[in-house]
Design a protein around this ligand. Structure first.
Ligand SMILES: Cc1ncc(COP(=O)(O)O)c(C=O)c1O
Ligand SMILES: Nc1c(O)cccc1C(=O)CC(N)C(=O)O
Length: 400
């Protein structure tokens, strides 16, 4: 691929601050240009004008399914198998509890040490709550496939490691789970919209993910959950909220789950956030995921090559083989936190993850080769001129 072809022709679908190189779409995606007008219109013409009637005339109740289908197309899920709502941590809890119900004789939840802490905390909380002798087993990422034994009820694996970008092979790991009778739950927080995903092809039982990163739904955007269609009607949801009921407006005094993935809904949908996400998903029109992947590899390879030549004190903390990582790259150093603050102050925005990582996300929806050169120029300046040592750049916030 020639350098000029690394950018996808959709950069102008985003409203990025002029002069900023945004390498943090792996934490919070930037604002798609269509979102403010669509949100303003919804607030004025739906909420403002229709008030309570909006649930019917604007079909707000149908949003989780409609938007779920749009997300589903980006992760290889068939129509009707994905619904939206709540936070990713809540969706992890729902999927995990459903998976444990499917294997009542097995007591182990398997995960790996690259998982995001919230997934692990949710598993610990569920285990405590069940009080039924379950245990969490945390293995190294390379050991996941061999750890699928007949004690394991469910493997809860985040496909792309939030720190290193290391990526599991979804097909291989799911096949290992299935061979051992283990239920497979994928967390796609760092995969959806970042790399091609084929949920249906993998045969996994569950997948969950968030939409504020690569799907650009905005801060607090709702999570998604996928359940394999052939088993969804056997699930007895633990979070049995009224909007997962078969007939919520009958107001029955006992719960009957809705057919299909609708039963994984809990309460009132976040209509404003779903409206923003729906508009944000328009940026994917005409984008081919295989093309996106080729371009993101070209950008990250260019970044790594340049940083290794110009900033030799930094250590690559991501897999060198692009096929083994998602679309983010991390470099480690003793001064990563201060370096990242100096980079951000110079409008090259990535983030810091403890203990020593600078994390850079590469999404060709709005990044091109020029952005990579600018980011490396600024990083080189920060290091060569010890700008990271300037107290003016240090901020109190630890989010980035
Ligand atoms: C892999 C992974 N799982 C879970 C979460 C938690 O998501 P939420 O804050 O939406 O519950 C995150 C990020 O915040 C994440 O990266
Ligand atoms: N979800 C986040 C939030 O609500 C505030 C700040 C940061 C985040 C994150 O994305 C954390 C995270 N999933 C990570 O990859 O580090």
């Amino acid at each position: 691929m020639t350098p000029e072809t690394t950018a996808l022709p959709v950069k102008d679908r985003f409203d990025l601050p002029p002069g900023m190189v945004y390498l943090d779409g792996n934490s919070l995606g930037p604002l798609p240009r269509a979102v403010p007008a669509r949100l303003a219109e919804m607030v004025r013409d739906e909420w403002g004008a229709h008030l309570i009637k909006g649930w019917n005339v604007d079909d707000w109740m149908g949003q989780p399914a409609r938007v779920g289908d749009r997300v589903g197309r980006l992760i290889g899920a068939p129509a009707g198998s994905v619904t939206m709502g709540d936070t990713l941590s809540v969706k992890v809890y729902q999927a995990l509890s459903a998976a444990l119900q499917m294997r009542p004789d097995r007591k182990v939840i398997l995960t790996d040490s690259g998982n995001f802490p919230s997934d692990i905390y949710m598993a610990e909380g569920l285990i405590r709550h069940l009080g039924a002798g379950h245990a969490l087993r945390i293995v190294a990422p390379e050991e996941v496939a061999q750890a699928m034994t007949d004690e394991v009820a469910v493997a809860m694996i985040t496909q792309v490691d939030y720190r290193s970008g290391r990526m599991h092979d979804m097909g291989d790991v799911t096949a290992a789970a299935q061979a051992a009778g283990v239920v497979m739950l994928w967390d796609l927080a760092h995969s959806a919209g970042a790399v091609p995903v084929d949920l249906a092809g993998s045969g996994c039982e569950f997948a969950v993910g968030c939409t504020y990163k690569y799907l650009n739904g905005g801060p607090g955007a709702p999570a998604f959950i996928y359940v394999r269609p052939d088993l969804v009607d056997t699930i007895d949801p633990v979070l049995s909220g009224w909007l997962g009921h078969e007939r919520p407006f009958d107001f029955d005094l006992s719960y009957t789950p809705a057919p299909g993935v609708e039963r994984m809904r809990v309460g009132t949908p976040p209509v404003l956030q779903l409206t923003a996400l729906d508009a944000a998903l328009d940026v994917w029109d005409g984008v081919d995921m295989a093309d996106l992947r080729r371009r993101s590899i070209a950008l990250s390879e260019l970044f790594i090559a340049q940083v290794e030549v110009r900033c030799p004190g930094l250590r690559l903390a991501s897999p060198r083989d692009p096929a083994a990582r998602g679309t983010q790259v991390s470099f480690a150093s003793d001064n990563s936190y201060a370096m990242m603050q100096a980079l951000i102050a110079r409008d090259v925005v990535g983030d810091f993850r403890a203990p020593d990582l600078m994390r850079f996300g590469f999404t060709p929806l709005y990044l091109d080769e020029g952005d990579i050169h600018r980011a490396v120029d600024v990083l080189t300046d920060v290091i060569d001129n010890r700008l990271w040592d300037d107290p003016a750049y240090l901020q109190k916030s630890r989010v980035t």
